[in-house]
Design a protein. Structure first.
Length: 131
């Protein structure tokens, strides 16, 4: 199997996995800053989806961005879900400068320790990708 085909199959498998995730350990309401959300959506529009982004400050963690959710996985553990930002409240959004409400789903007992720093890390990684 050539590397391009392997990547394509892995992305396909990730899409299926994102649709059939197990129930979360906890669900919290969350607000994402407008700049971070807009950067993520722009990256998806320009680079296609799903889009995998490696988090630089969190060893082994990657975020898989898709239209419906941003899933943070442990790439060292066969993409075990750690947390996910889901249910983005963008319908009726009145301005690109406004934060976006969503749900934060925690799949791992320690996910709460990194939920803020992982989003900051993702924002920085997306900024690098987009420039």
């Amino acid at each position: 199997m050539n590397p391009k085909q392997k990547t394509k199959n892995k992305n396909y498998n990730i899409s299926i996995a994102m649709e059939t995730l197990t129930l979360p350990w906890r669900i919290f309401p969350k607000t994402i800053e407008a700049a971070c959300y807009n950067r993520g959506r722009l990256a998806l529009l320009r680079l296609g989806y799903p889009l995998r982004v490696t988090l630089q400050q969190h060893r082994g963690l990657e975020v898989i961005l898709d239209k419906a959710m941003w899933l943070c996985v442990d790439s060292n553990k066969d993409d075990q879900p750690i947390l996910a930002w889901r249910e983005f409240q963008i319908r009726g959004r009145r301005g690109l400068h406004l934060p976006v409400s969503c749900e934060l789903w925690l799949y791992h007992s320690y996910a709460g320790l990194i939920m803020g720093s992982a989003l900051d890390d993702l924002d920085q990684a997306l900024e690098k990708i987009m420039h």
